[in-house]
Write a protein that binds this ligand. Structure first.
Ligand code: PNS
Length: 158
């Protein structure tokens, strides 16, 4: 039985994240999205807001995907969830170094937990939460990048 966690900041969730979550369901029996509650980063959206946007998008479409928040180490969250797999999306070669470092550290911390990468759909290979926030800040059209509920939340926030 494969229980996968898909951890991230999701500040906010984009179509790229949704695509990875959907495809994670094809490999794992259970998928749990973990929203990092990180006191060192200052996200635009609170943890509760980020969880809610995921519930309103991914959660509505895929009720089997659980959405949780976590603090601390991803490996500890994985243990708590009884997970044996971490899923991460890879958009381009620029993601590789950071992802490799995280995967290796996580493996050292908890060797029973594997990391697997899903190549982002080419449609979303340029997409990131940061870029979406920047475009939204200057009034650009973000409707191709995020679901309408997220678009609305971004407009309210900015
Ligand atoms: O969406 P992001 O910001 O790229 O996700 C990064 C995340 C949350 C996966 C990463 O920062 C993380 O795992 N943070 C938890 C702290 C941790 O476990 N650190 C050790 C691995 S680098």
């Amino acid at each position: 039985m494969i229980t996968a966690i898909y951890p991230g900041s999701f500040d906010p969730v984009t179509y790229g994240h949704i695509d990875i979550a959907e495809r994670a369901l094809r490999i794992a029996d259970r998928v749990i999205i973990g929203v990092l509650n990180n006191s060192e980063k200052t996200p635009l959206f609170s943890t509760e807001e980020r969880v809610k946007m995921l519930q309103d998008t991914v959660g509505k479409k895929y009720p089997d995907i659980k959405i949780e928040s976590f603090s601390g180490l991803t490996v500890d969250f994985a243990k708590e969830m009884g997970a044996n797999l971490i899923i991460r999306g890879l958009r381009a070669v620029t993601d590789y170094e950071y992802e490799l470092q995280m995967a290796q550290i996580n493996y050292k911390l908890y060797p029973e937990l594997e990391t697997t990468f899903l190549m982002s759909n080419i449609k979303y290979s340029f997409l990131s939460s940061s870029i979406v926030k920047e475009v939204a800040k200057y009034g650009g059209d973000i409707s191709h990048f995020v679901p309408s509920v997220v678009e609305q939340k971004l407009r309210e926030k900015l």
